[in-house]
Write a protein that binds this ligand. Structure first.
Ligand SMILES: Nc1ncnc2c1ncn2[C@@H]1O[C@H](COP(=O)(O)OP(=O)(O)OP(=O)(O)O)[C@@H](O)[C@H]1O
Ligand SMILES: [Mg+2]
Length: 309
């Protein structure tokens, strides 16, 4: 797959002297969904704003669809839809005009049917003649999405699109994202709801303190970093795992009524058969067994903590 966005050695130091991005490079593939995860202040919004040509880079180069975002801004920007983290709408404007205006701004001819369709998809059609100030917070967030889509962008940036959006709407929004992806739109999103990234993204990028720690296929990342656990419920509680089992990574749970065995999900051998045999020879009887796999959230927390150490 070819790259639609390339970021090379990008640094950003804000006027006050704070360095928000440090020599960052990133390639975004045409048609993929990339989720950028990172703690508050990591530099996610700065990265997105710089790619969209809203924030000037201090050093480095960015291309979108082959256009340099600084020297060829209009051509690059026409390809980009941006749903910003902050709501920045004109309160007295009518919803429909806000969305129409955005289409014209990026050089697209009027298309009333297309605009109507977007408003339908985002459940905004019945509010189209309302003023922005008359909308709820979640509706305003949907207007931001409608605006971003109005000029039919090929690359869509969603900076925390689901913050403050209710569960049902969030589901609708992810369905919309899936449809856009099916149309070949490349999607870059940030979210603090990591289970959303886990559900929807092809690749995951993790940013911390202005540096990209990794960008990797979600499935590979989860295989590589994911831990599996086996919970062994015992027939009778114990005070501590027996010394004879010290070679296994075991901890006690449920007040001594269960043992938790952690093992490497990517490893060839799990050690489970050997563990179960050893349990028997220690005279521990099992009541039940359960396995579980760590989520992307567990992996993310581990990654961010590890790099802080
Ligand atoms: N205009 C600005 N002037 C000075 N510093 C800024 C400016 N915008 C952002 N920063 C700083 O840059 C760092 C990165 O901010 P950024 O908004 O990119 O983080 P983020 O990863 O999007 O965080 P969040 O998850 O909270 O949205 C922060 O320390 C922030 O204070
Ligand atoms: Mg942000």
């Amino acid at each position: 797959m070819s790259d639609i966005v390339t970021v090379e050695n990008l640094s950003k130091t804000y006027d006050g002297g704070f360095q928000a991005l440090k020599n960052t490079s990133l390639s975004i593939r045409q048609g993929e969904i990339l989720a950028l995860l990172g703690p508050n202040g990591a530099g996610k919004t700065t990265l997105i704003s710089t790619i969209c040509g809203i924030t000037a880079p201090t050093a480095g180069h960015i291309q979108v669809g082959g256009h340099d975002v600084v020297t060829d801004w209009r051509a690059a920007r026409k390809l980009i839809g941006l749903v910003p983290q902050e709501i920045n709408l004109e309160p007295f404007e009518l919803l429909i005009n806000t969305v129409r205006f955005s289409r014209g701004l990026f050089g697209q001819p009027p298309n009333a049917a297309f605009i109507e369709k977007i408003l339908e998809d985002l459940s905004l059609a019945d509010k189209k003649n309302a003023r922005i100030a008359e909308l709820s917070g979640g509706m305003k967030r949907r207007v931001l999405i409608a605006k971003a889509l109005a000029h039919e962008p090929r690359v869509l940036f969603l900076d925390e699109p689901t913050a403050g959006v209710d569960v049902e709407l969030r589901r609708d929004m992810w369905q919309l994202v899936e449809r856009l992806r099916a149309d070949g739109v490349t999607i870059i999103l940030t979210t603090h709801y990591i289970e959303e990234a886990e559900a929807i993204a092809d690749r995951i990028g993790v940013i911390r303190k202005g540096e990209i720690l990794l960008v990797e296929e979600k499935t590979k990342l989860m295989q590589r970093m994911g831990k599996k656990t086996l919970k062994i419920e015992l027939r009778a509680p114990i005070d501590a795992p027996p010394d004879a089992l010290s070679e296994f990574d075991l901890s006690l749970a449920d007040g001594g009524q269960a043992l938790i065995y952690s093992y490497d999900a990517a490893g060839e051998r799990t050690g489970i058969t050997r563990l179960l045999a050893s349990l028997q020879s220690c005279g521990l009887a099992m009541a039940d067994l359960q396995t579980s796999q760590s989520s992307l959230e567990d992996i993310f927390v581990d990654l961010v903590q590890e790099s802080a150490a």
